[in-house]
Write a protein of this length. Sequence first.
Length: 147
Amino acid sequence: MALIEIEDLPAQSADVLRRRARAAGMAVTDYLRAELIARARTRVPDDAVVDFLRSQGRELGCEWDADAAALADTYDLPADALDRFGCRAGAAGVSLAEYVRGQLISMARRTSVDDALEEFREAMRRDPGLAMDLEAIAADIRYARGL
């Protein structure tokens, strides 16, 4: 069974996703639900594989098993998002829950300048005596990333 709840993700991934949810002022599950829906409704490279396999007459999707039910229950995803993820999972040859778990981990790995700054803000909240110039830090992060 693929583990899809935030507590079951790698610690670093869970930390990043929790931080983003806090910054957005949302509960973690609500934040992840919104992100997963947006990701399902955005075309990704996996969709080209889905399109190709369908053009070859292959039906895609996944079985509705305990993992899929847990996913639907945990994130309350709409049918179109579950269907899109199911097709992508079928094309990748993995279960729906494994695919979505991979998507959550992938989302956490794509950090932004805002993610990095939020880490500094959290450090400043933990230690009020810590003085940092967030604008300078942001400029340095952008420079280091070539932005």
